[in-house]
Design a protein around this ligand. Structure first.
Ligand code: FES
Length: 143
């Protein structure tokens, strides 16, 4: 097999693997929709409390994306925090940034209000699920 044939074969195999992964992800999402007790269905949110970092990371009136934890946190008032899953409700991509209070999904362009979880732009139609969050000893704890 030539190098170009080999590369073409790898490309086909990658495509097949990606398709299988997408089908598998769909099956997982379907299973989650019926198995979750959150009532929201869709993407997972932290099941165990996770430390996000210092409370100072989220300024009053601001928000922060904790991408590695798949959580977005906002602080509407001193000492008050709200958190939502940062996993897009369309197909499960993790939001990549917050622009002017809107969480952006890099996959298909959905936008969410990070202070309410509400969809601002599709294709996502379901809001981001809320995640419990608290400040403890100067740290934010989600989940
Ligand atoms: S996965 Fe977010 S818009 Fe499609």
């Amino acid at each position: 097999m030539s190098a170009s044939q080999s590369a073409a074969r790898r490309t086909v195999l990658k495509g097949a693997a990606a398709l299988a992964g997408a089908v598998g992800a769909g099956a997982t999402l379907s299973a989650c929709s019926t198995a979750t007790d959150s009532g929201a269905g869709g993407p997972a949110v932290p099941k165990e409390p996770v430390e996000l970092g210092p409370v100072a990371d989220v300024p009053v009136g601001g928000s922060k994306l904790f991408r590695e934890r798949k959580v977005v946190v906002s602080c509407p008032a001193e000492g008050q925090y709200k958190a939502f899953s940062a996993q897009c409700t369309h197909a499960g991509c993790v939001l990549d940034k917050i622009v002017e209070g809107e969480g952006n999904c890099p996959c298909h362009g959905s936008r969410f209000d990070v202070t309410t979880g509400k969809v601002l732009r599709g294709p996502a139609s379901d809001p981001l699920p809320a995640v419990p969050v608290k400040a403890e000893n100067g740290k934010l704890i989600a989940g």
